[in-house]
Design a protein around this ligand. Structure first.
Ligand code: MRU
Length: 364
């Protein structure tokens, strides 16, 4: 019998805690830019500091930056100079502008700030919040609800993903779409593997290092090894060979944005994995909650973030090329729908034709 979300909540206990809210108005983040070499935390008290932590990737991964931004909105209401509800709503609108500008590609960020503003307006219009302090307490609950819904969604995705895994399988991923990337400790692409492991089903993962920021080498390897899941690190350039040699049963990746037509925006290198998987008949799945879907944008309208050239010229501060060489450093790519076998969401698995089936499952 298929385990329930409650069963998994009892069986699986996350081993990493990337985001913690302390009720004195402090948002505490595990600094992912330093992992796995240092386990340090940053304490944030303003929306500006939160946006900066997102920009500098102390917290990263689409759902995690959404949850962080939701708490970042709440931090705007810890400013003692807010005396009326209108002041508070204005502070939230300003915080939203600052937070939304932190990173452009993952849609979860603006999804979360929109939800917080909408909730604040509803609470003030229906009289549930009469003072900035009351609004603040109710918005903390909303941010907690976003976190909780994300965790339940990941368990649901994990259970759907489990249907695509057999004992002994090896799954190739890209970047880190694990519990660090979602803030919950479970993850999206890693959820089926972690749940399988918790149920005693032997599975293993191949993690490409994911240049330039090395989310695979630093973060995916770290969080899977902490859980005792067998993980093999490869260079990004070995992706074709491991598939050619039959070492991969399926590909499971996360997503930063999924369009209505099935284009999957995820970490640079994902598109290459999908195309090679297609060539060798290996199923390619993207796992993401409904908050990752963008039902409005066309593929060419999505901004693909380009980051500092020095991320490519250097590895962890050490130069690897000729100083000043021109660099192109896009950090996401759009996988065309024809290479996607299925999109695993908390509502179920979406199969092609995506243009018809995504709106049916996700809604408008
Ligand atoms: O640049 P990052 O590290 O924020 O990129 C993260 C990814 O591309 C993840 O795969 C994606 O956000 C999904 S996280 C569950």
């Amino acid at each position: 019998m298929k385990p329930s979300i409650e069963d998994i909540r009892h069986l699986y206990k996350p081993k990493v805690k990337p985001i913690e809210w302390n009720h004195n108005g402090h948002l505490i983040l595990l600094d992912q830019s330093k992992l796995p070499f240092e386990t340090t935390y940053v304490t944030l008290t303003t929306p500006e500091a939160t946006a900066d932590a997102i920009r500098t990737m102390k917290v990263r991964g689409a759902p995690a930056i959404g949850i962080t931004a939701a708490y970042g909105m709440v931090l705007a209401l810890f400013n003692g100079s807010l005396s009326t509800l209108n002041d508070a709503l204005e502070a939230l609108r300003k915080a939203k502008v600052v937070l939304d500008a932190a990173r452009p590609t993952a849609v979860n960020l603006a999804w979360a700030t929109n939800r917080m503003v909408k909730k604040a307006m509803d609470l003030s219009n229906n009289g549930d919040a009469k003072t900035p302090a009351q609004l603040r307490e109710l918005l903390i609950k909303e941010a907690e609800a976003i976190f909780d819904e994300e965790y339940n969604a990941e368990i649901a995705m994990g259970l759907y993903g489990l249907e695509k895994i057999n004992e002994g399988d090896t799954i190739l991923t890209q970047c880190n779409a694990g519990g660090l990337a979602t803030g919950t400790g479970l993850g999206t692409a890693t959820a089926p593997i972690k749940i399988a492991h918790a149920l005693g089903i032997e599975v293993s993962m191949i993690a490409p290092e994911t240049r330039p920021w090395l989310q695979g080498a630093r973060l995916t390897v770290y969080e899977l090894m902490v859980e005792g899941i067998q993980t093999t690190l490869i260079t990004d350039t070995a992706v074709g060979l491991v598939m050619y040699k039959g070492m991969v049963n399926s590909v499971m990746v996360g997503a930063d944005r999924i369009l209505r037509d099935g284009h999957v925006f995820n970490k640079i290198g994902t598109m290459k994995e999908a195309i090679i998987a297609h060539e060798f008949g290996i199923p390619f799945y993207a796992l993401a909650p409904s908050s990752t879907f963008d039902m409005k944008s066309k593929v060419d309208e999505v901004i693909i973030e380009e980051r500092d050239p020095d991320e490519v010229r250097k590895i962890r501060g050490v130069p690897i090329t000729v100083e000043g060489v021109p660099v192109y450093n896009p950090v996401f790519d759009p996988t065309p729908p024809k290479y996607v076998t299925g999109i695993i969401t908390e509502k179920g698995i979406i199969y092609p034709p995506f243009a018809r089936n995504i709106p049916r499952m996700i809604g408008e």
